[in-house]
Structure formats: structure tokens, C-alpha cells
Design a protein around this ligand. Structure first.
Ligand SMILES: [Zn+2]
Length: 200
């Protein structure tokens, strides 16, 4: 049988259903009797409970799920089961940039690579290596949450509710999904509060 490797990226803001779609594709692969390796980044400062772990906990088949320390893509290579048909990577935005080269190699090796990750960081910039991953992918799926403020438009960003700095701040309670208009409104109010404080 001719095996063709390929790369699929599922991306969008938080609460957009990326992990749900990833778990659906993992379940589909398992039904087809494929061997699936699932990876996600692990940082000591972060909550160890993973959405993807909960979602695939009930699935049966040849499935392995492994946390990769510090999202080190080189470490990920050493953890891949050589006979895996499918390599799924969740929270790809937190992996090191050489993940791009790793998934390109996996495609040449005939692996089906499934990647889920945030497209934008909280400052509206491409998140980590996600932009490059979308370029090298054969297929890109953008998914959207409903804006939690107006509940009408598609959200486009995960708005951070805390003032902590750094990218590695997770937990649903720290973010909300906003559309462009509601995001602009929130940012304007924030700016006005800052100005009021400075002129008081
Ligand atoms: Zn909105």
C-alpha cells in the first residue's frame, strides 16, 4: 500500500473547538485501526490537566499520549513510536520553532500529522510556530468560538483577563473569546481607564 504523509492544521482562538476536532480525527484514525501518537507540551508551571487528555480518555485502540517537556520539538522526535501512522500534536503554539522541520520530516516518512494550536497570541500576533506550520500544511482548518461579549459574531482572539506577562498563561478562567468589535471596545475602555488614572 502506498503511504502518503500529510500535515493538517486546526487553528483558532480558545474555546473554538480545536481540541474537539483533533479528538474527532484521532477517533476516526483509531476506528481505521491506525496507530496514533498524541503529544502536548508540558511546563512545570502549568496545570497538568489537559483538554485533549480528557477528550480521548475513553477512546480504544493503539493510542499513546505523551507530554513533551518544555515543548521541545527535538525531544518529541525521540518519543515518537516508529510504527505510528498518525502523529497528533496539541497546543502546538507552545512548541519550539523547530517543530516545523520535525513535521516536514514526518510527512516525508509517510506519517499523517494532525496539529492543533492557537493562531494568535493575546497581543494579536501569530503565536509561536503556528504561522509557519500553516504554511507547510497540506490542509488548514480555521475554527471560531462565538464572541462571549456580544454572543453574535465569530470570535477572533483569546482576550487575556489577567495582567500577567509571558505567553505561558493557560486556564480557561484567564481568557475569553472576543470578536473584533468587542475587542476594540474593551481595549478602548482599558485605554480610557489608564488615561483617567494618569490625569487624576
Ligand atoms: Zn462580540
Amino acid at each position: 500500500m502506498l503511504v502518503t504523509g500529510n500535515i493538517k492544521v486546526i487553528t483558532g482562538e480558545m474555546f473554538s473547538g480545536k481540541s474537539k476536532e483533533l479528538s474527532r480525527l484521532i477517533e476516526r484514525a483509531l476506528i481505521a485501526d491506525l496507530t496514533v501518537d498524541v503529544f502536548y507540551p508540558v511546563f512545570s508551571s502549568r496545570d497538568s490537566s489537559r483538554d485533549i487528555e480528557r477528550r480521548i480518555a475513553e477512546l480504544h485502540g493503539s493510542l499513546t499520549i505523551v507530554g513533551v517537556p518544555d515543548g521541545n520539538a527535538q525531544a518529541l522526535i525521540t518519543l515518537i513510536n516508529p510504527v505510528a501512522d498518525v502523529v497528533a500534536i496539541d497546543e502546538a503554539q507552545f512548541f519550539t520553532h523547530d517543530l516545523v522541520d520535525v513535521v516536514k520530516k514526518l510527512r516525508h516518512d509517510g506519517k499523517r500529522v494532525l496539529i492543533a494550536g492557537l493562531d494568535l497570541d493575546y497581543q494579536e500576533n501569530p503565536f509561536g510556530c503556528m504561522g509557519a506550520l500553516m504554511c507547510v500544511a497540506d490542509d488548514v482548518m480555521k475554527v471560531h468560538a462565538v464572541c462571549t461579549a456580544c454572543k453574535k459574531s465569530d470570535a477572533f482572539i483569546s482576550y487575556r483577563l489577567t495582567d500577567e506577562s509571558g505567553q505561558v498563561v493557560v486556564g480557561e478562567s484567564n481568557y475569553t473569546a472576543l470578536c473584533v468589535e468587542c475587542y476594540d471596545h474593551v481595549m478602548m475602555e482599558k485605554q480610557e481607564r489608564t488615561t483617567d488614572y494618569q490625569t487624576a
